[in-house]
Design a protein around this ligand. Structure first.
Ligand SMILES: Nc1nc2c(ncn2[C@@H]2O[C@H](COP(=O)(O)OP(=O)(O)OP(=O)(O)O)[C@@H](O)[C@H]2O)c(=O)[nH]1
Ligand SMILES: [Mg+2]
Length: 594
């Protein structure tokens, strides 16, 4: 590989459309699976941390050192020449994107005489204004899982944010590694403090770093985890790394920190103290005796093994992003547990102190208990983590109650008796409390308070089910009454029709009278509730009957007329012309014999 081809190549890059991190096979092929690296132990060294903090700048310093070493060393390797390599720049805009791998591996001779190759990995600034939290976490987790040495770059001194983010990344890395069946702890994690401003308290360099780290691990300076919870810094870092170190770097001087647009990174432009400590840092970090070769399944990490690890992590990372919430939940639960334990400790210490000196009367003991309990409660109030875990659990328990109640009293009925409702409530409360008790954090006063709040809430839910049951009952009663009315109206209609049939074929006045009598009898049968339905039906019954009666009457008349006509014609035939001019009357009509 020619020197001019050396460059940063994306190892994992965010897809511009979906934002998903994609492994770049071309980089694997070109670097990790090259003849030079495939079977050679590799030591990836990554720098991660917030954006605009000189990460790429520093990698170029490491690159310069490693190049000088592989060229035989000697002289001042931190040349007074513009700093080149990984793209870097001043200003406030985030610069590096994705995870970038330096294309040329740099050979180092390990303490045991083996040759290994250092792979420098640059990373996108985490938790900046252009990265999503998922991108930041996944990127940093990947860098940690791949690296033999991970430098976590922080400014001035770690803040609670840094710790929270580190915890989240470490927890996510743990989930990702366990899904991929890979070890999750980075062999060596270096907390690199830039712009350390208190050299009078702790000197620059590894020694000052070691002191201050001891102080921080004991919980000094950082009062809480940023989420109101006590932190267990040592445990948090222990989750992320097998070995934790710290190095304090001074401020680089005004030119480097953005004061000079012509700043090129040349040694002469740096504050002398900074240049000195930079040299020290590179030599300390890359001291071959302390460079760990990561092992996977008991075998040293080679280029090919790293490529396989990248593929496996990529495959699982693509599916894992939703578990970022799982990581956050796990951390919240852990923080909550710690908060509850702290509250319990506060309670027992207070009680022990009070009882150690003298034996207390029952009344005095009760008083001390109340005071200790109140103090412990206050500790928990300041630790929303504890509340949030139990609150989420109470939420789930209340949902468990609700589904048990819905099984006993389905939304669309039927309603149940009051006794049955009380039995269902008692069973659902037992199920909900069992759910809460099996998952709650500790038995402290806050958890008890949340348990009794949950009981109150379940009673409130019962009131809702009572109202619902009463409404169902009303609906059912209304439906039953409507059915009774329908049956009564049907009986009344049959009765009317039977009565009218029995009355026979009547002419109009008699028909009207018969209708009135039958309608009155039907109305009595239908009852008050059926009147409205019945009266419309009855009104429609009379008219067709009247028409039929009129039709019958007309037909009868026509029949009689035809009969009379026939009789007349017979009479004419018998009597002859003598009877011409005689008129006879049938009904209202007159007939003349002509
Ligand atoms: N204050 C300060 N600035 C530094 C230090 N080292 C380098 N810089 C300056 O920080 C600026 C950004 O440098 P980069 O190396 O591009 O920073 P980065 O962290 O890689 O930034 P992103 O790629 O955007 O995440 C440059 O102007 C550097 O000169 C340092 O120790 N302290
Ligand atoms: Mg950068």
């Amino acid at each position: 590989m020619a020197a001019e081809e050396d460059r940063a190549m994306p190892l994992f890059a965010a897809d511009p459309d979906s934002g998903e991190l994609r492994l770049q096979e071309a980089t694997l092929e070109r670097v990790l699976l090259s003849d030079q690296l495939r079977d050679s132990p590799v030591i990836p060294i990554s720098i991660t941390g917030a954006f605009r903090r000189g990460k790429s700048f520093l990698l170029n310093v490491l690159l310069r050192y490693l190049r000088s070493q592989s060229a035989g060393g000697g002289g001042d390797w931190l040349e007074d020449a513009p700093l080149t390599g990984f793209p870097w720049r001043g200003g406030r805009q985030a610069h590096t994107r994705d995870l970038q791998l330096w294309s040329r591996p740099l050979p180092v001779t390990l303490a045991d005489g083996r040759t290994a190759h250092v792979l420098l990995v640059d990373s996108q600034g985490a938790f900046d204004n252009v990265s999503t939290p998922t991108e930041s976490v996944v990127m940093r987790a990947l860098a940690g899982l791949l690296s033999g040495v991970q430098v976590l770059n922080v400014s001035r001194q770690p803040q609670s944010d840094d710790l929270q983010q580190a915890r989240l990344c470490a927890e996510y890395a743990r989930l990702l590694a366990s899904a991929a069946g890979a070890p999750h702890r980075t062999p060596r994690l270096v907390l690199l403090v830039r712009d350390w401003a208190f050299p009078a308290e702790e000197p620059y360099g590894a020694e000052g770093g070691r002191h201050i780290l001891g102080h921080w691990l004991a919980g000094g300076d950082i009062e809480d985890g940023g989420d109101g919870t006590d932190i267990d810094t040592a445990a948090d870092w222990g989750l992320a790394a097998e070995e934790l170190e710290c190095f304090l770097l001074p401020h680089p001087g005004a030119a480097a920190a953005g004061g000079d647009p012509e700043f090129s990174g040349a040694a002469s432009q740096l504050a002398p103290e900074f240049a000195e400590r930079l040299r020290e840092f590179a030599e300390w970090l890359l001291d071959a005796a302390r460079l760990p070769v990561r092992e996977i399944d008991g075998r040293p990490l080679t280029g090919a093994a790293l490529a396989a690890l990248c593929r496996s992590l990529s495959e699982h990372a693509a599916r894992l992003p939703p578990q970022l919430e799982a990581a956050a939940d796990h951390l919240a639960a852990a923080a909550a547990r710690r908060a509850v334990q702290a509250a319990l400790r506060s309670y027992t210490t207070r009680l022990e102190e009070a009882t150690a000196a003298e034996s207390l009367s029952e009344t005095r003991l009760q008083q001390v208990h109340r005071e200790a309990e109140s103090e412990a409660r206050q500790t928990l109030v300041a630790c929303p983590g504890a509340d949030s875990h139990n609150a989420a659990l109470a939420e789930a328990s209340s949902a468990a109650y609700e589904s048990a109640m819905l099984a006993a009293l389905p939304a669309d009925g039927p309603s149940v008796t009051d006794v049955r409702l009380s039995e269902a409530h008692a069973a659902a409360v037992r199920a909900a409390l069992q759910h809460f008790d099996s998952g709650r954090d500790g038995a402290g006063p806050a958890a008890e308070q949340q348990r009794s709040a949950l009981c109150g809430r379940l009673e409130g839910q019962l009131a809702g089910h009572r109202t619902r049951n009463a409404a169902l009952r009303q609906q059912e009663a209304a439906a039953a009454a409507a059915e009774l009315t329908r049956q009564a109206v049907a009986r009344a209609q049959t009765q009317y029709q039977q009565q009218m049939v029995a009355a026979g074929e009547l002419a109009e006045p008699a028909l009207r009278q018969a209708h009135q009598a039958a309608a009155a009898a039907a109305a009595a049968t239908a009852g008050a509730a059926g009147q409205a339905q019945l009266s419309g039906w009855l009104a429609a019954q009379l008219e067709p009957r009247l028409q039929a009666a009129r039709q019958r009457e007309k037909q009868e008349l026509e029949r009689k007329q035809a009969e009379a006509q026939a009789q007349l014609q017979a009479a004419q035939a018998i009597c002859g012309p003598r009877h011409r001019g005689i008129t006879i009357r049938i009904g209202k009509k007159k007939f003349s014999i002509r």
